[in-house]
Design a protein around this ligand. Structure first.
Ligand SMILES: C[S@@+](CC[C@H](N)C(=O)[O-])C[C@H]1O[C@@H](n2cnc3c(N)ncnc32)[C@H](O)[C@@H]1O
Length: 216
């Protein structure tokens, strides 16, 4: 079902028009390497400094409560980046087994709080884990970085490796105005569509988990 489990994150002020006026194909290409420039370079190439500040802790708490995860839950974060959410899951559930996967070696090497050793380098469309091996598979703003067919595989893979819960957030829009804002804002995304089209796609690929939208 559609549910915002990120509602305890601080509101971030974004200026899509300013980014649209500035961004070039070269900026997008650099961002898509998901290296230092994307995480810790200039804002026009990504986060402009991706540092742990605890903002994901209330989100981790909310998710653990919502899914009533047991103390020894197995949790997989797809697109784990520097492991901030993984780290916070472990603050909430110290007995959990937490794993992450990301394409970025830079993020793994610069992961927070020892999370690097728990992050595998790989892509969401081919998860190196057995069927039904996690209680929760979560992916925040990551699988839309794959082109459509590979993005579909990523959803199938989330479904396959989960034995209970799945949660994904992705680039989407409800209205033409939101569509334009997203086009202005995006740097790395390859697959983005209206919320109605995403919901149809979830059904087509057999994704039965929960979802929410990134709308700048
Ligand atoms: C916008 S960041 C989101 C990071 C983190 N989940 C968060 O919400 O802060 C997108 C992440 O997806 C990762 N990524 C991009 N393509 C990916 C793929 N094919 N498989 C897994 N991760 C990918 C990037 O390296 C980056 O860490």
């Amino acid at each position: 079902m559609e549910i915002n489990l990120l509602d305890r994150l601080p509101q971030v002020k974004r200026d899509p028009k300013a980014r649209a006026a500035q961004k070039t194909e070269a900026d997008r290409a650099l961002a898509k390497q998901f290296g230092r420039d994307f995480f810790d370079g200039e804002r026009r190439h990504g986060y402009g400094g991706y540092r742990y500040d605890g903002r994901w802790l209330p989100v981790a708490r909310r998710i653990v409560e919502y899914y009533q995860l047991p103390p020894n839950a197995r949790i997989l974060d797809v697109g784990a980046a520097k492991g901030f959410l993984m780290y916070d899951f472990l603050q909430v559930l110290p007995g959990a087994t937490v794993r992450g996967i990301d394409v970025s070696s830079y993020a793994k090497e610069n992961a927070h709080g020892g999370m690097g050793s728990l992050i595998d380098i790989g892509s969401a469309e081919k998860l190196p884990y057995p069927d039904k091996s996690y209680d929760l598979v979560i992916s925040i703003n990551s699988i839309h970085n794959l082109p459509l067919e590979r993005c579909k595989n990523a959803l199938r893979e989330m479904e396959r490796v989960s034995r209970a819960h799945k949660y994904v957030t992705i680039d989407a829009w409800h209205t033409e105005e939101e569509h334009q804002k997203l086009l202005d804002w995006i740097l790395t995304a390859e697959t983005y569509m209206s919320v109605d089209d995403w919901v149809k796609l979830f059904a087509d690929v057999g994704y039965s988990g929960d979802y929410w939208w990134f709308i700048p």
